[in-house]
Design a protein around this ligand. Structure first.
Ligand code: CP
Length: 298
């Protein structure tokens, strides 16, 4: 068994079978009813966020509290990582002190997999640079399933800064495995070597896709800081394009949103947009993920 397949860790969507994904979706549904929530009272969860986060960090905090965990919050500024302590030593320290589960966001692709071998507590990848974001992917899958009740045959278009998007990487892999047809919209500069085919224009996408998954332009990961003046018109979701989407189609975005860049300001909260529903679903899905890991079901 390789580290990435090790039970009781969630590092990548590549470790999950379709059965495990459906198990998490059904578990999240059950956990919407507080009567079904098991208590992990007396256990400690640590959230170690070494890159900025609003949604993932807060969502994990609330999910952990709803499950009865005491929560320890750590960041890159106040931890001994600033004194040169390694990620592994930091996590080993947390486990030695009594932490039972750790959620980690950090910038090195695959950086967490080197830490799994010697640790007993479950580890969750909350985003590793441009690598993967499995819990975002699972809440996206949950939101798509909530709307369509299936994945097979759906046309899902992932649009935007693919090269720097861990969300795109996790979702493209998982959605293909689940039987969806994936296409991409991107500026040539932001196409990704792992997503090499099935590029279409935004005009083609809006008329043919069931799910339009927009991505944030990740300025913080760019070396060439070009302007975004014409981006909305060329590659984004304008009001005119949204009007051409099919009646049943939905709009997703992992957020934070650059309003007026990848999507017109007026569309962020339009009827088709499930952007804030994704955030609500994130808490329930993260409860399901934690529960499944604690029970050794992943
Ligand atoms: N979608 C997402 O990961 O948002 P945060 O960076 O705010 O956690």
């Amino acid at each position: 068994m390789t580290a990435i397949q090790s039970k009781r860790n969630l590092l990548s969507m590549k470790q999950l079978s379709n059965e495990q994904i459906y198990h998490l979706i059904h578990l999240a549904d059950r956990l919407k009813d507080p009567a079904n929530v098991l208590s992990y009272s007396g256990l400690f969860a640590a959230n170690l966020f070494l890159e900025p986060s609003t949604r993932t960090k807060t969502s994990f905090h609330i999910a952990e509290r709803k499950l009865g965990f005491d929560v320890v919050e750590l960041d890159g500024v106040d931890s001994s990582l600033t004194k040169g302590e390694s990620l592994y030593d930091t996590l080993k320290t947390l486990e030695s002190i009594g932490v039972d589960l750790a959620v980690v966001r950090q910038s090195e692709v695959g950086g967490l997999s080197a830490c799994t071998e010697e640790l007993e507590m479950p580890l969750i990848n909350a985003g590793d640079g441009c690598g993967e974001h499995p819990t975002q992917s699972l809440l996206d899958l949950y939101t798509i399933h909530e709307h369509f009740h299936s994945f097979r045959g759906l046309h899902i278009c992932i649009a935007g800064d693919l090269k720097h998007s861990r969300v795109a990487r996790s979702n493209a892999y998982a959605l293909r495995q689940l039987g969806a047809r994936i296409s991409f919209v991107s500026k040539p500069d932001w196409q990704d070597p792992t997503m090499t085919k099935d590029y279409i224009t935004m005009d083609e996408a809006v008329e043919t896709c069931d799910v339009l998954m927009l991505l944030r332009i990740q300025h913080e990961r760019h070396t060439n800081h070009g302007g975004t003046g014409s981006y909305l018109k060329e590659y984004g979701l304008t009001v005119e394009r949204e009007a051409r989407m099919m009646n049943h189609s939905i709009i997703l975005h992992p957020a934070p949103v650059n309003r007026g860049v990848e999507i017109d300001v007026r569309l962020v909260e339009c009827e088709k947009s499930k952007i804030f529903r994704q955030m609500t679903n994130g808490v329930t899905m993260r409860m399901a993920i934690i529960h499944a890991l604690m029970k050794g079901e992943l």
